[in-house]
Design a protein around this ligand. Structure first.
Ligand SMILES: C[S@@+](CC[C@H](N)C(=O)[O-])C[C@H]1O[C@@H](n2cnc3c(N)ncnc32)[C@H](O)[C@@H]1O
Length: 289
């Protein structure tokens, strides 16, 4: 076993650490200051939702960074843990973390989109923390993760705005008439970040409180707990069975409760009849302009 001083030197040589945590011999990465953070605080929120004994269970840690969460899952006995991160610097940190905790992690140096669209595996537990807002196509990845999750998925995202308890969703929003409802800050939204956010060019989309939940639900996941405004614990609502990428069509899963939800796209007779009926009616919006 390396001395504390040797471990500290290794930590230093591995560059900037986003995840701040303590190694078994007391050496620490970072100092808890932003833009890094104390990873234990996030683990403390999600760990009550994870079985103590993960023997025989598999885990995917997408955007796993320096391996803190993967390591926690292995320490609970997970048989296999795959960590995916596109930055080789973080992969090297995760390799070092695994060696210090004496756990075995499968490290994949890849992008989340590529991994999710080229991998047909399913995992018992999926860790998807602090990554959604870094993705150019977050809905696409979340749809795939819903299919890849057997038991439970842990989702964290930065959000903007406050949680409005009073916000009541409608089942249908009428064009023009309901614009005030769509413009309500509490209406499910994602902000598109064309340039940098927080000095970070890897940020793309930031949902609001309701938007994060809506995105999760529309992927075919059931929210079982929201222990923090930025954290959702969810389970697959529908069993997708074996994932077959050759048949993947986006959006594969249509609106909740409608003919095309879930499964392959198919003709919705009621919707067509309604469209025909509406095309016979005078266009009120045009008439009023
Ligand atoms: C904010 S950190 C979160 C790290 C860790 N999941 C956590 O919660 O502590 C975002 C992580 O996602 C990784 N990342 C960024 N873009 C990614 C992408 N397109 N695919 C996979 N991982 C990505 C980063 O390298 C970084 O490790």
């Amino acid at each position: 076993m390396k001395s504390r001083r040797q471990v500290e030197e290794m930590i230093h040589s591995l560059g900037w650490w986003y995840q701040h945590f303590e190694f078994p011999n007391g050496a620490r990465t970072g100092n808890g200051q932003e833009p890094g953070y104390d990873a234990q605080t996030r683990w403390d929120i999600i760990k009550p939702f994870i079985p103590q004994d993960l023997k025989g269970r598999t885990v995917l840690d997408l955007g796993g960074n320096a391996g803190f969460f993967s390591t926690q899952m292995k320490l609970r006995g997970a048989s296999r843990c795959v960590l995916v991160d596109p930055f080789s610097e973080f992969i090297e940190q995760a390799r070092f973390t695994a060696s210090q905790f004496e756990v075995d992690l499968e490290l994949v140096n890849d992008d989340a989109h590529t991994f999710c669209l080229t991998n047909e595996e399913q995992f018992d537990y999926v860790i998807f923390l602090g990554l959604l807002y870094h993705l150019k196509y977050p809905g696409l990845v979340l749809d795939r993760l819903a299919e890849m999750t057997q038991k439970r998925i842990f989702i964290h995202s930065h959000i903007v705005g406050k949680h409005s308890q009073n916000y009541k969703e409608k089942t249908n929003y009428e064009r023009t008439k309901d614009n005030n409802l769509l413009e309500d800050p509490a209406y499910p939204k994602m902000l598109f970040i064309e340039n940098d956010y927080n000095g970070d060019p890897t940020n793309w989309w930031i949902p609001n409180y309701q938007g994060l939940a809506a995105l999760v639900r529309s992927a075919g996941l059931k929210i079982i707990e929201r222990p923090h405004s930025e954290l959702i614990i969810a389970e697959p609502e529908i069993s997708f069975g074996k994932v077959s990428l050759t048949k993947l069509v986006f959006p594969k899963y249509g609106k909740r409760g409608k003919a095309i939800y879930p499964g392959p796209q198919r003709y919705d007779a009621d919707m067509w009849l309604d469209l025909i009926q509406r095309s016979k009616e005078p266009n009120q919006e045009k008439d009023s302009q």
